[in-house]
Ligand binder design. Structure first.
Ligand SMILES: [Zn+2]
Length: 345
């Protein structure tokens, strides 16, 4: 369901004829610009909204199939698709009138749009009643994921409490003319139930994962509600996440930056050997292509290593000697620009 009335192409700032590569580039650029972590206060709220809008536009336009449908039906493409599917089901005689589920099930899925809905999706439900049958309530719960779980995908165990028919009175609510002592006459008791939900790799913070038919049971033959998992990506002590890119600060000695070096750098998987080029700047940045998180488009983001020059905590006599030699060489004053700027006011 669209959360925005804005045209997805406008959101990404690309023409309708844009190539998949153009869309990917526009998305990456804007995701870096809008990322809520980079903003504070009122700006952050505005950027969160823009970021959501951007992700929604990208999710549709980066998927050739969805994009085709969006181009054909516009913002209502999801309803159009549901109608199409219902018509096909009716045609195949599956389920029959009233019994046909308009949306595909989780297990039979593989269809991303079945499983995913945006957090602020504002899903409309086509009538809770179907004849006399009453559809069960939807359930919502949170799922916290580490970055490593986002990288690989993960199976989460979710414990749900739901009403079950009371075992003492078999759901009748009364025993020998009196209210049942177990369920106090209600006929049902709350039972805990654990289910496993597979969350695919590359899921984004704020995504809602829908698990069809795992909500509350329906009444009078009504189908069960759905379970929604709100995905939360936990902050990582080492890696900072920005969309599908990761950032990490890499300490280097001054001479490693000056002369170049081969050093080990952390990734979400095994550490990798990287070359620090000679003459690296103090705020230099290295990009490890494809070492970020999976993207919705099927690729991977990048890992950025931010060089951070560190000094030895104490100097040996030998080291002091080398610094003395360095000091004797002629260098420009590194404060020249600063002092001039301060003078200008
Ligand atoms: Zn009972």
């Amino acid at each position: 369901m669209a959360t925005t009335s804005r045209d997805y192409y406008q959101v990404l700032g690309v023409p309708r004829s844009a190539s998949a590569e153009d869309i990917k580039k526009a998305y990456r650029r804007l995701a870096r610009q809008y990322h809520p972590d980079l903003h504070t206060g009122g700006k952050k709220v505005e950027m969160e909204k823009k970021f959501k809008e951007l992700n929604e536009a990208h999710e549709v336009l980066s998927d050739p199939d969805k994009r085709k449908k969006y181009d054909q039906y516009g913002a209502d493409w999801e309803q159009a698709e549901a109608y199409e599917r219902a018509r096909q089901q009716a045609g195949a005689g599956a389920g029959g009138f009233g019994g046909a589920d308009m949306r595909g099930g989780f297990a039979g899925g593989g269809d991303f749009s079945d499983i995913f809905e945006n957090l602020f999706g504002g899903r409309t439900r086509a009538g809770a009643t179907r004849g006399f049958a009453v559809q069960g309530e939807d359930l919502e719960t949170e799922a916290d994921l580490t970055l490593r779980e986002v990288l690989t995908g993960v199976t989460k165990r979710v414990t749900l409490r739901e009403p079950e028919s009371c075992p003492t009175c078999q759901g009748g609510g009364r025993l020998k003319g009196r209210p049942c002592p177990t369920c106090l006459g209600s006929g049902s008791v709350m039972e805990s139930k654990t289910i496993e939900v597979r969350i695919p790799a590359g899921v984004q913070d704020g995504t809602r994962v829908r698990v069809a038919g795992k909500g509350q049971p329906g009444m009078n033959g009504g189908r069960r509600g759905d379970l929604y998992l709100h995905v939360h990506i936990l902050p990582d002590p080492v890696f900072r996440q920005q969309g599908s890119d990761l950032h990490v600060t890499l300490p280097v000695w001054p001479w490693e930056a000056a002369l170049g070096a081969e050093v080990m750098a952390p990734t979400l998987g095994e550490p990798v050997r990287v070359k620090i080029p000679p003459g690296s700047k103090a705020d230099g940045k290295l990009r490890l292509k494809g070492k970020g998180l999976p993207t919705a488009a099927g690729g991977h983001g990048d890992l950025f290593l931010h060089l951070h020059i560190v000094m030895p905590s104490s100097l040996s006599d030998e080291e002091r000697k080398h610094y003395e030699q360095l000091k004797r060489l002629r260098h420009d004053d590194p404060r020249v620009d600063l002092l001039a700027a301060a003078q200008r006011g």
